[in-house]
Design a protein around this ligand. Structure first.
Ligand code: SAM
Length: 294
């Protein structure tokens, strides 16, 4: 048994913060949006707004990769303390994920492919699947399929009558995805749209599908997030959920010295969501062990 960490894990899962102290892990983040208003009537008065965040973080970094350590104290928000996720702790989290065999097989095949670090992690996929189940979602959208790990997790969580529109521009990775959809017996639930994600969303709107989706997962071109979001707001019903990946962009959004185009666009997008009273929002930290990240 490991000795007890100073803070419990759920606290990590419900707040967002950035730890740049851990040596061999990178931060991934998702933001959850919940549609709170009817299509075409965006009155600020009826919007609900919920956003949990930690500010004024006092860094207290340790160099030990072995144990969780406190990386921030926050006096302004009730003296909450934030722990780092070390490789050992992350390993523990992964050891508590119920990853279906078929997803594991796909992950292992993808591990040798270019871009495998882009794949969502098993714990993240499990969260997506659980959200789909909690929502009772029948109709879902994914932008950015790659080899299909997250889309397969979503499809497996859907009922037989459910459907997932999976949008991806890269034909080669789609071939792997389709192979696994077939192996998992979920091909009938997945409509693959090969091409640019924004074009697929626009054609779905033109096709009269507005307000007919329950859930969307956005993991494609980061600079397009604002446009994806506006299109998805038309497609996802009131009370539906939109999950957007990588909103912390490896922690770069919080570093004023980092101003490359992608970071700035994600930062601006996050800011605009914060001010957007058409949706309820919640930002959370996710981890992904990866050699290629910070
Ligand atoms: C981060 S990966 C997606 C990972 C996937 N969600 C998973 O768990 O395996 C991003 C994917 O988005 C695709 N992509 C990037 N820009 C796109 C666009 N404009 N339209 C459609 N797909 C795009 C890339 O080809 C890549 O496969």
């Amino acid at each position: 048994m490991h000795s007890a960490p100073p803070l419990s894990l759920p606290r990590m899962a419900t707040s967002f913060t950035i730890s740049r102290c851990s040596a061999s892990a990178c931060q991934r983040a998702v933001v959850f949006l919940s549609r709170t208003q009817r299509c075409h009537s965006f009155s600020p008065r009826t919007a609900k707004f919920r956003f949990l965040k930690l500010n004024h973080l006092t860094r207290n970094c340790s160099s030990s990769p072995k144990a969780p350590f406190i990386v921030a104290d926050d006096e302004k928000y009730g003296n909450k303390q934030v722990i780092s996720i070390t490789p050992r702790l992350y390993d523990y989290i992964l050891g508590n994920v119920r990853e279906p065999q078929i997803l594991r097989q796909l992950r292992e095949e993808t591990a040798n492919m270019r871009g495998s670090q882009m794949q969502v992690s098993p714990d993240q996929a499990q969260l997506l699947a659980m959200l789909v189940q909690i929502l009772g979602a029948e109709r879902c959208i994914e932008l950015g399929v790659y080899t299909g790990y997250s889309s397969l997790a979503i499809a497996l969580a859907l009922p037989e009558s459910g459907c997932l529109v999976a949008c991806e521009r890269d034909a080669r990775s789609l071939e792997v995805a389709k192979k696994y959809y077939a192996l998992a017996g979920v091909s009938d639930k997945i409509i693959v749209k090969h091409g640019l994600a924004a074009d697929a969303l626009k054609s779905m709107i033109l096709n009269g599908e507005a307000c007919s989706y329950d859930f969307a997962f956005v993991d494609a071109e980061k600079k397009m997030n604002q446009e994806y979001f506006e299109l998805l707001l038309q497609l996802v019903r009131v009370g539906g959920v939109i999950v957007i990946d990588n909103v912390l962009w490896h922690g770069k959004v919080a570093d004023p010295l980092v101003n490359d185009a992608k970071t700035v666009s994600i930062r601006n997008f996050n800011r605009s969501l914060m001010e957007d009273n058409r949706v309820s929002i919640s930002m959370m930290l996710k981890m992904l062990a990866s050699e290629t990240c910070l």
